[in-house]
Each structure stands twice: as C-alpha cells, then as structure tokens.
Write a protein that binds this ligand. Sequence first.
Ligand SMILES: N[C@@H](CCC(=O)N[C@@H](CS)C(=O)NCC(=O)O)C(=O)O
Length: 211
Amino acid sequence: MADELVLYTHPMSRGRTARWMLEEIGQPYRAEVLGFGPPMKSADFLAINPMGKVPTLTHGDTVVTECAAICAYLADAFPQAGLAPAPGDQKRGAYYRWLFFGAGPIEAAVTNKALGVVVPDEKRGMAGYGSVEAVADALDGVLSKQDYLTGDTFTAADLYVGASLAWTMGFGVMEKRPSFERFVTRIHERPAASRAKEIDDQLVAEMKAAG
Ligand SMILES: N[C@@H](CCC(=O)N[C@@H](CS)C(=O)NCC(=O)O)C(=O)O
C-alpha cells in the first residue's frame, strides 16, 4: 500500500510511545514486532534503519526513526488529530522547546544516570543537560504551573515527554515529584494511551508465555 503506516517495534521498548502516538492519530497501521538482538540487526531491517533500533516508522517510502521525530512527524502528517500547534502559531515555540528538551537533555540525563555516568560539577557547563536535578527543576517549573507543556492543550510533546517521565520514574531514574505524577496520570487517562498499553501488554504476555 502506497501510504501504509508500519511501526517496527518491541513491546518493551520506546516503541510503546510510538504506538501510543499512532493510536492518538487514529489511522490504520501495521506493527512489525522485532526481537532484540539478531532480528533487529538483520540486513533487511538495517536497510530501513541503519541503527537497527526501534521504534522505526515507515509511511509509504518515508522512513522516520527517533521516537520524538516519529511523534512530531505523525502530528504534522495528520493535523486533524490536533496534536501540534500549527506552523506559525506562537505555541509552536513551546512545542518544539519541550519536544527537543525531551529528546535531548531528558534523554541524555536519564541515560547517564541509569548508566552511573556522573558529570563532575565543574563540567556541567559542557553537558547539555547540566544535571538531572536541573532537568527535573525545569520540567517541574512548567508542570507546576499548567496542565500541559504548551499550556492547556495536550500535544505530541506531552505524549513524548510524559511517556519518558513515566518510564524513568518507574525505574527510579527520575525522581517522583508531585507535578510529574499528576501530569503522567492525567495524560495516561487518554483512551489512546489505554489502547496502546493494552496492545503492548498483551504482546509482552504472549512473549512470556512463548518463553
Ligand atoms: N534514540 C532512539 C533510541 C532507540 C533505542 O535505543 N531503542 C532501543 C529500545 S528502547 C533499541 O532498539 N535497542 C536495541 C538495540 O539497540 O539493539 C529513539 O529515541 O528512538
């Protein structure tokens, strides 16, 4: 199919976030579940994503990798879902700001923390995220004041950052602050979030049952 949407994913990966985004836009899509290890590094899949990682989205001949890019792409490709301020809208500034904050500083800070990589105090100026506490403070500042990152409307930036917060608070990598917990609860009450969770949880159960 010329414009078929295909999500390459694994149910215990960032692919869960991409699936949630697909459920939000409400367009038909096909999911290709790839196992970690050799299936993700096959020649066929490396031809699509040379990183051999999920999530990866194809939309017809277009390939989108990087979870945040997938969320941003889908929001723009299907504007009727209302998940991004239109280009030209000033809210697009806050939208980009937090989407990129998620893919940059948050991602780097929580990965380094999980890996035990400590940035010496005197080198914080060199690390784009400064410190995990600085990242948490910046997010807390906005989420204590408003329901969503761009104001009073849910966008793909909330989905991406909120999914990351939920995941990393669950693993104890990001501290649980009241504003984060309220935000994560609020956005996970969305029907699309429940549908995506149900599908991926079912896939996890099937994988466990198959050994
Ligand atoms: N920067 C990428 C990271 C993707 C990533 O690392 N995915 C992991 C799963 S969450 C993966 O595919 N790991 C398997 C591997 O690298 O072999 C994104 O944001 O999408």
